[in-house]
Design a protein around this ligand. Structure first.
Ligand code: BGC
Length: 260
């Protein structure tokens, strides 16, 4: 089966690094016009656009801090201006914040994680739905994490944001389904990207991480990119209001292999 997205217009947030970059490249390879959102490192966004154009695709770098509603609105207007609308939104932009126990947390840092990971996704989804609902079609894919269901000491802001994003998916999906718009989540496990480099580049921490993954390896960003293409395509036309996990079995709690 050849999964194609020719003629679709996509926007990927946080698309100049890690999983977002791989998603943007995969969507463009499948034929979608792809807007590459960034907030820092413009040169990295330009590189993604360059790679897409070299491959014969169409791309556009668009700056916006997703936590700022005005910047998000301007970004969607820029995409409207270039391509006349949007068919696919991938809410990928995210930060995990500094590791800090709940009772030791710096409130501004805690709030920032929620502002980017949860409010940011909502700001973008709101703009996208304002276009997709009247058009009667479109797909929003929120990148959550295994930490939408797995607690994680030191990361209460991150886990709270991801669990919230999962429920935001379901509620927006219920609102949008009668209008032909799908909203779903994809929850990656440990994917080898800059966000967790401190873990996979340290032998002891890496071994501990691998113990948590039945498949005994980290995922590659390209594996998430390919899955995103499937989920936003018509192959998944009947999939909405749910989370698809791509985690090598991390949510299968491998410690139970040893007994319960
Ligand atoms: C985090 C990674 C982590 C993975 C598994 C992701 O959401 O961003 O840093 O390795 O979850 O714990």
């Amino acid at each position: 089966m050849d999964v194609r997205l020719d003629g679709r217009r996509a926007l990927v947030t946080g698309a100049n690094s890690g999983i977002g970059r791989a998603i943007a490249l995969a969507l463009a390879e499948a034929g979608a016009k792809t807007a590459v959102n960034w907030v820092t490192h413009p040169e990295a966004a330009d590189e993604v656009v360059h790679v897409i154009e070299e491959g014969g695709g169409t791309a556009l770098a668009v700056r916006a801090d997703v936590s700022k509603p005005d910047e998000v609105a301007a970004m969607f207007e820029a995409v409207d201006k270039a391509w006349g609308g949007i068919d696919i939104l991938v809410n990928n932009a995210g930060i995990d914040g500094k590791r800090q126990l709940g009772w030791e947390s710096d409130l501004d840092a805690w709030r920032r994680v929620l502002e980017v990971n949860l409010f940011g996704a909502f700001h973008c989804a709101r703009e996208a739905l304002r276009r997709m609902v009247p058009a009667g079609r479109g797909t929003i894919l929120n990148i959550t994490s295994v930490h939408e269901v797995i607690a994680w000491t030191g990361y209460s802001a991150y886990t709270t944001a991801k669990a919230g994003l999962s429920m935001l998916t379901k509620t927006l999906a219920q609102e949008a389904a009668p209008h032909g718009v799908r909203v779903l989540s994809l929850a990656p496990g440990a994917i080898k990207t800059p966000i967790n480099k401190d873990v996979w580049s340290d032998p002891t921490m890496r071994a501990d991480l691998l113990d948590k993954i039945p498949m005994n390896r980290l995922g590659e960003a390209e594996e998430i990119g390919r899955l995103v293409v499937m989920l936003v395509s018509d192959v998944a036309a009947y999939v909405t209001a749910t989370t698809v996990f791509a985690d090598g079995g991390m949510t299968d709690y491998p410690d139970f292999e040893k007994g319960g």
